[in-house]
Design a protein around this ligand. Structure first.
Ligand SMILES: [Zn+2]
Length: 263
């Protein structure tokens, strides 16, 4: 039986996930710092128990922003698996790590956290197996669950979503954000972002979308966020325009750290 757990970790209350199938496991995103990556690796090993597929546990990274990938090197050291990501991630991760480390150290809000990170950004860089090219894997088989990778763009230049067709679940990275406004930084491209959300909504089976931050959302939420980003795209010259924060209706556990079992 496949189990799927989502872990939310500070800083940034970022979501990572562990998918445990009958013959393999996959971790989605590595968290914001090395200790978070090690914790995820340990929890993934625990969830897998002594399943017959015991070997390295692979990691797939949704994009090259620090909160999703700075735990990767420590995680992979513990799991002995591969790091799967877009080819843009592979090309840009080193430069992105330098820039992010520098800005985390100089922002008073994150300086204390940044002290836990290595001095050398090279220590945060990992060997990547790029997905999405003709010769590379576009998914992996976990036994009773297939995970498909779709390389998209918009929130960053390296976005990738993880689709579990059997279960109607999609891990969207920061192409979707719940609770806080979607973050459109210098590496965002709004028209590509809109296209990517259309692509995700074209997955006919998809019912549950796990955002990069916040609680899982439904199709209607993704449609509203698409409309927000499309609206911003049409009014980019208006500096007053900002993307709104949207929240899923209903009661949700928003404590951090938390582990939320999807199945
Ligand atoms: Zn993020």
């Amino acid at each position: 039986m496949t189990t799927i757990s989502v872990f939310s970790t500070d800083p940034a209350s970022v979501n990572c996930a562990v998918i445990t199938g009958s013959t393999g496991s996959l971790i989605v995103d590595a968290g914001p710092f090395p200790a978070a990556g090690r914790r995820l690796a340990a929890r993934a090993a625990q969830l897998r128990g002594d399943s017959p597929g015991a070997g390295g546990i692979d990691l797939v990274i949704t994009h090259d922003h620090w909160d999703h990938c700075f735990g990767a090197a420590a995680l992979l050291e513990a799991t002995a698996g591969r790091a799967l990501a877009s080819s843009s991630f592979a090309a840009d991760q080193e430069a992105s790590a330098w820039l992010a480390l520098d800005s985390l150290r100089h922002d008073p809000a994150t300086a204390e956290f940044a002290a836990e990170l290595p001095d050398d950004p090279g220590e945060l860089v990992v060997d990547v197996t790029p997905v999405g090219s003709t010769s590379a894997p576009d998914g992996i088989d976990l036994g009773d669950c297939r995970a498909e990778f779709h390389v998209l763009e918009g929130h960053s230049t390296s976005d990738l979503v993880v689709r579990l067709p059997e279960f109607g679940i999609v891990f969207t990275g920061d192409l979707v954000e719940e609770g806080d406004p979607p973050q459109a930084g210098a590496d965002a491209a709004l028209s590509r972002w809109v296209d990517s959300l259309h692509t995700i909504l074209e997955f006919p089976e998809a019912e549950v979308f796990v955002p990069g931050h916040g609680v899982p959302v439904d199709r209607g939420f993704v449609q509203r966020q698409l409309a927000d980003i499309d609206g911003m795209r049409h009014r980019q010259d208006d500096t007053e325009v900002a993307l709104p924060a949207r929240t899923m209706p209903g009661d949700h556990d928003r404590s951090v750290p938390r582990e939320h079992r999807l199945r």
